[in-house]
Design a protein around this ligand. Structure first.
Ligand code: NAD
Length: 367
């Protein structure tokens, strides 16, 4: 039996609670599908600062290196907010992990089940069937990584600049990710750019359309300016299947999409790298879109769905276990649509605990 090595980094706040429930779900699907998962747990974030003096200790990084993928909880909290920005748990663990594994592709599913429509700030008539979008964002290039400066000019004015640089190879690399994701969805990609103004966007348009014409003629490609995309996400989000975009536009649009989809407790994310693991799939880090929720941490109140759905993405993208991932996703939707709710999605009605939600999902998987 093949053994899949998964680095498990629960982190802080609600991280350990939702991770425990998620590992139970993974153990159960392993049993059902004759798989073997080997979980290597390691400290990260504030917990790691307390235990080892640093947010990403070397042994944790080494465990990640020995693994096929990383299942990450979330990090940070009031206890570590006094630290200098560079030493803050999020910055000092997630950024080095992204760098160490060249995680260039960020995938954020924007999923809103029809039964959770009241969680969205949008009017129900705009989203009668809920929302199902995948945002694919380039994560290691563009303006966040280009040269920058601030300088005082001769006339005592001040000038600052940030440079947005993209290479054709970088664009093709992320286009491949969007294409492969679209193949398993509705086969539609919307490239979001600002090609009426930016040179980099002109390159994105040409590169993506040439690449898709050559290698993915079955995928429908649409292009949209970013200002229009921001508007369309609130006017008619159902028109999107896969959104493909560069780093800064993706940063903004994926957060907007998260808000439109309602609760953070339901939203998963994946960051994929170039490195192929033993199974010829990209290495990746999989984590909930939300943070450590200090307001409810330690109370068995957190919604574990985002973490469980992140584990499903791990199975699909890094281990190639699409069927097992789909079984987990189906169980989560069945439980939530069936009315079992944690507090964040209960709309004032009765709600269950983190562990009870996990048990309900395990029961749905076993049914
Ligand atoms: P947050 O996402 O932790 O919480 C915002 C709100 O959403 C809170 O009311 C919280 O209770 C709720 N929420 C989030 N996840 C939930 C879940 N699974 N179930 C139920 N409710 C949930 O954002 P914040 O309060 O701005 O940040 C808290 C800490 O988390 C900060 O230290 C921040 O730096 C950190 N953070 C970490 C990450 C990460 O690890 N990737 C991401 C965002 C924030």
């Amino acid at each position: 039996m093949e053994t899949y090595n998964i680095a498990v980094l629960p982190g802080d706040g609600i991280g350990p609670e939702v991770m425990d429930v998620t590992l139970k779900v993974l153990d159960l699907v392993a049993e059902h599908h004759q798989l073997q998962f080997s979980f290597q747990k390691a400290d990260v974030g504030g917990t790691a600062i307390d235990q080892h003096g640093t947010a990403l200790p070397d042994p944790t990084l080494e465990i990640c290196r020995q693994s096929d993928a990383i299942l990450f909880g979330s990090v940070g909290g009031p206890k570590w907010e006094h630290l200098p920005p560079k030493e803050q748990p999020e910055r000092a663990s997630l950024l080095p992990l992204r760098k160490a594994f060249s995680l260039f592709a960020n995938l954020r599913p924007g999923l809103l089940y029809p039964s959770l429509i009241p969680a969205s700030p949008l009017k129900p008539e705009i989203i009668p069937d809920g929302i199902d979008i995948l945002c694919v964002r380039e994560l290691t290039g563009g303006i966040y990584f280009g040269d920058r400066y601030t300088k005082v000019l001769g006339n005592n004015d001040i000038e600052a600049a940030d440079t947005m640089i993209y290479r054709k190879s970088e664009i093709e690399r992320i286009a491949r990710v969007a294409i492969s994701a679209a193949q398993n969805r509705k086969k539609r990609v919307c490239l979001v750019d600002k090609a009426n103004v930016l040179e980099t966007s002109v390159l994105w348009r040409k590169t993506v359309s040439d690449y898709m014409e050559a290698y993915a003629p079955d995928i429908e490609l649409e292009t949209m300016y970013v200002d229009n995309a921001a508007m369309q996400l609130v006017r008619n989000p159902s028109q999107f299947d896969v959104i493909l975009t560069e780093n800064m536009f993706g940063d903004i649009l994926s957060d907007e999409m998260g808000v439109v989809c309602g609760s953070l407790g339901m939203l998963a994310s994946a960051s994929l790298g170039m490195l192929e693991n033993r199974f010829a799939h990209p290495f990746g880090l999989f984590e909930p879109a939300g943070g450590t929720a200090p307001d409810i941490a330690g109370k068995n109140l957190a919604n574990p769905c985002a973490q469980i759905l992140s584990a499903a993405l791990l199975l699909r993208f890094s281990l190639g276990l699409d069927e097992v991932a789909a079984a987990i996703e189906h169980a989560v939707s069945k439980v939530v649509n069936g009315g079992t709710r944690t507090g964040d999605i209960a709309f004032g009605g009765p709600f269950v605990s983190t562990t009870e939600m996990g048990d309900a999902i395990c029961m749905a998987l076993s049914a």
